[in-house]
Write a protein that binds this ligand. Structure first.
Ligand code: UDP
Length: 425
């Protein structure tokens, strides 16, 4: 049921600017999620303000996206890129700016949806100062992340405490997969309310290009066996496993095998360092002739890469959801993914792709080969993937489910909130 009275709502993503160039160091699924959910909710009639921090002096403070949707950038520390692990100390300024913005506009948001733990803290602090409903999407859990790395940042204990307080106190946590929900229950807290609403993808952007046309556009020959990776350069993405798997492929040495590793990087930054590390493994394994690094794949070109590929590989050590898998599936390209997290939810083994143990290069090689050696089966998997995405993972369906949840929570709490907060006209 759609809301009869359309409220102003705030999507808060302090560290993930919805308009950021995706595919670089810290800009990935969270930025895409906030932007697409924001647009889709506005299409369903909500007045959506997406709040983020200003990370460069050139950025406009307010950007209007259609009549009902805008991005608002608030001051939170110096107007420059600040890594997530160093942002916490600047959050009080973000809160003060948010309050000043509300005051200037003459209303308070009755409902906020926060993203990532930094924004959850902002939301919980705001909730102490004004009546509001808070929903939260984690995008990544500290407990899961820190169990897999050795260089644990100083902020880790704060993050873990905030994530626990958030789960136990906000009005609703939105998990993007049943696996993420299970992790929260097992590793964060048994208290609190969780609802599973997946991430989505743009079904009109992906899946409309034929493999042959995409290859012509990209200059890739029809007989090439193309293996695609799309994503950030980050150790946890497991790109090393993919490269080692390609070295073990039975098709190795065939002139037409091609590995394309797409994603942005900046020399000297953590993504640039990881890109160099991967490139040196590629060289060490003698795969330079069949590997390309096209850099960040922008919006215009990304659908062509997905469509051109024979298989898209998502070798992450962990993914709460993993947008790349559903983007590839929407593009009718089968997915070989690690058997972890949200990938267990999106990829149906033997139906839309294959799941294999993470970090297991032998298993990845075997799974990739099975698909590359059987083009008819590849096409069947691709078709089933597209159907699955159309049914379960369009942004429209995600926004409809969020609309139902927001409406339900507003109806439940409205008498107390409406007396204090003003509803948008
Ligand atoms: N992406 C992109 N261009 C690139 C690399 C990645 O647009 O060169 C996008 C990709 O299409 C996806 C997002 O970045 O929408 C990554 O989201 P995912 O959930 O897979 O991973 P995260 O970055 O959140 O860990």
């Amino acid at each position: 049921m759609l809301p009869t009275k359309k409220h102003r709502i705030a999507l808060i993503s302090v560290d993930g600017d919805p308009a950021a160039e995706i595919g670089q160091e810290e800009a990935g699924g969270q930025n895409v999620y906030v932007r697409q959910v924001g647009y889709a909710l506005a299409q369903q009639g909500w007045q959506v303000d997406m709040f983020t921090r200003q990370s460069s002096p050139e950025q406009a403070t307010i950007v209007q996206h259609g009549p009902l949707c805008r991005i608002i950038r608030l001051k939170s520390g110096p107007a420059e890129f600040i890594g997530r692990d160093d942002l916490f100390e600047h959050l009080p300024e973000f809160i003060a700016e948010f309050q000043a913005f509300q005051q200037k506009q003459g209303f308070q948001y009755p409902l906020i949806h926060t993203n990532y733990w930094l924004s959850s803290w902002v939301g919980m602090e705001l909730k102490k100062q004004q009546p509001l409903i808070q929903l939260h999407t984690y995008h990544s859990l500290g407990t899961v992340k820190y169990s897999a790395i050795s260089d644990i940042p100083a902020i880790a204990s704060k993050r873990i405490a905030v994530e626990k307080a958030c789960l136990e106190s906000v009005d609703r946590v939105v998990a993007t997969s049943p696996q993420e929900q299970e992790h929260m229950r097992r590793l964060v807290s048994t208290k609190g309310k969780i609802e599973v609403i997946p991430c989505g993808t743009d079904v009109d952007r992906f899946g409309l290009i034929q493999r042959s046309a995409a290859r012509q556009e990209l200059g890739i020959a029809p007989d090439v066996k193309m293996i695609l990776y799309v994503g950030r350069f980050d150790r946890r993405k497991g790109i090393e496993t993919l490269v080692r798997a390609v070295a073990k492929s039975s098709l190795r040495g065939h002139a037409n095998l091609q590995l394309v590793i797409g994603g942005g990087y900046r020399p000297g930054h953590s993504d640039g360092i990881e890109r160099d590390r991967i490139a040196s493994i590629v060289a060490e394994l003698g795969l330079e002739n069949c590997t390309t690094f096209p850099g960040r794949l922008n919006e215009a070109v990304l659908p062509f890469y997905y469509a051109a590929a024979d298989v898209c590989v998502v070798p992450s050590h962990y993914e709460p959801f993993g947008l790349v898998a559903i983007e590839a599936m929407a593009s009718q390209t089968p997915v070989v993914a690690s058997d972890v997290g949200g990938l267990q939810f999106t990829v149906v083994p033997e139906v839309t792709g294959l799941l294999v143990p993470s970090k297991d290069e032998v298993a990845f090689a075997a799974a990739i080969d099975r698909i590359l050696l059987n083009p008819d089966w590849r096409d069947q998997l691709g078709e089933a993937g597209r159907q699955r995405v159309e049914i379960a993972f369009s942004w429209h369906s995600v926004a409809s489910r969020l609309t139902q949840l927001y409406t339900h929570l507003l109806a439940q709490t409205m008498p107390s909130i409406e007396s204090k907060a003003q509803v948008a006209a």
